[in-house]
Design a protein around this ligand. Structure first.
Ligand SMILES: Cc1cc2nc3c(=O)[nH]c(=O)nc-3n(C[C@H](O)[C@H](O)[C@H](O)COP(=O)(O)OP(=O)(O)OC[C@H]3O[C@@H](n4cnc5c(N)ncnc54)[C@H](O)[C@@H]3O)c2cc1C
Length: 388
């Protein structure tokens, strides 16, 4: 028997869980289907920018992030070669610090918030098929991974929040509107004993590195280089490759880690050029990496997903019953998302190309900061619109 909902969200990490939470808070009957077990990690570092922290604050979840032991980040250090510049995080917009919760913490919190708002959460379960009715997506089929039991559900809207390899984007054949060309590799691991109150980003031609303080007294330490260069220099030892990249990007950081073993395994992302896909159609929408992926060098995917969750939820809540009215609202979501994501996509392309000297890079980072400010302004405008 099919169960019927107002919206089905496929994928229950930052993009999907946040969207489901907002739709359920808006009074809709929502099903979230997530293939991974709750509280599991994923291949991603987790620096949140101001817009992401602001969303958690606006949704009443920031205290829980802090209570999970995620330290307050009050400054960002930029190391350009041997020269370091520190910029304090400006208190304002209701937040006094940034936070960088592990995905084991953030994604679980968002999914719990979705459940608390009334969403039905089916996990671990995988959506295997989408079906259409008169040209519009209307039904999913899936399987519970624990019991192997198949299930079906219908809704006027299926949201693909299923990440970079999105089944939903493939099933609806979502147009790729832009394809990036830049692609960087990142290797990261977790270490104790590093400063707890600041992000640290380091740049030298052809290499980058960073420190992202997080819970359990650990910091995520990453090193990056262009994908092609990483492939070329890769040896049999990821540990050796990581340490040599780190030493090249930031000798002081490499020295402060010394030969200490990471807590847990090192993880490597070989890189992939970004894309912007169409994110709205009859009976479907995409959110998060399913619709828009950019190189992680600007650490902005989660922040963007949390912003877009709100844009998408607002569109759906305007026309929750589906049909033409909903499609028009979804197209508006798509237009706003495109407007907000293009500047970030462009600047990320330039930084991830590694085709810069330090003077050019500094200019790019100013542009990045301006694009981030526009994002925050767009979020604050939502509050003003609600208040009006
Ligand atoms: C190496 C690396 C470092 C990064 N660092 C940062 C950073 O510091 N800061 C930042 O903001 N961003 C960062 N990002 C980007 C960030 O990870 C992504 O933008 C973010 O994870 C997107 O979230 P999402 O919810 O769209 O997708 P995901 O996190 O990929 O979640 C998708 C979920 O969908 C589920 N799923 C897939 N298919 C199905 C199916 N058929 N049925 C049910 N469930 C399904 C999967 O199990 C998965 O849990 C980084 C990315 C990488 C690769």
């Amino acid at each position: 028997m099919d169960h019927h909902y107002d919206a089905i969200v496929v994928g229950g990490r930052c993009a999907g869980a946040a969207t489901a939470m907002l739709l359920a808070r808006g009074g809709l009957r929502v099903l979230v289907v997530e293939a991974a077990r709750p509280g599991t990690d994923t291949l991603s570092t987790h620096a949140l920018m101001r817009g992401g922290v602001l969303q958690l604050h606006r949704w009443g979840l920031l205290d829980a992030v802090a209570a999970a032991g995620t330290p307050a980040i009050v400054a960002t250090e930029f190391a350009y070669g041997d020269e370091t510049e520190t910029i304090d995080i400006r208190p304002g917009d209701g937040i006094s610090a940034l936070r960088a919760p592990r995905r084991t913490v953030l994604d679980r919190l968002l999914l719990e918030a979705a459940r608390a708002a009334g969403a039905e959460v089916r996990v671990p379960a995988r959506v295997t098929r989408l079906l259409t009715d008169r040209g519009a997506v209307s039904r999913i089929e899936g399987i519970d991974r624990g019991t192997g039991t198949p299930f079906r559900a219908t809704a006027p809207l299926v949201v693909g929040a299923d990440g970079r390899t999105s089944t939903i984007a493939r099933a609806v054949d979502a147009d790729v509107r832009r394809r990036g060309t830049a692609s960087g590799a990142i290797v990261y691991g977790y270490f104790p004993g590093l400063p707890r109150d600041r992000y640290h980003w380091a740049y030298r031609p052809g290499v980058t590195a960073g420190v992202v303080p997080t819970g359990d007294g650990l910091a995520c330490v990453w090193a990056g280089t262009p994908t092609t260069r990483f492939a070329h220099r890769r040896s049999a030892s990821l540990d050796a490759d990581y340490r040599s990249l780190l030493a090249e990007a930031d000798p002081a950081l490499a020295a402060s880690i010394g030969t200490a073993a990471p807590v847990g395994a090192l993880r490597a992302f070989p890189g992939h050029p970004g894309w912007i896909r169409a994110c709205a159609g009859p009976g479907w929408a995409l959110i998060g990496d399913a619709g828009y992926f950019k190189d992680p060098i600007t650490a902005h995917g989660i922040t963007d997903a949390l912003r877009d969750a709100e844009l998408l939820a607002a569109a759906v809540l305007q026309a929750p019953r589906g049909g033409r009215a909903q499609l028009e609202a979804l197209r508006e979501y798509e237009r706003t998302r495109d407007q907000l994501c293009q500047p970030l996509f462009d600047i990320t392309e330039r930084i991830a190309s590694y085709q810069w000297d330090l003077a050019e890079l500094r200019e790019y980072l100013v542009e990045l900061s301006q694009a981030m400010r526009s994002d925050v302004d767009a979020l604050l405008a939502l509050d003003n619109a609600h208040a009006a």
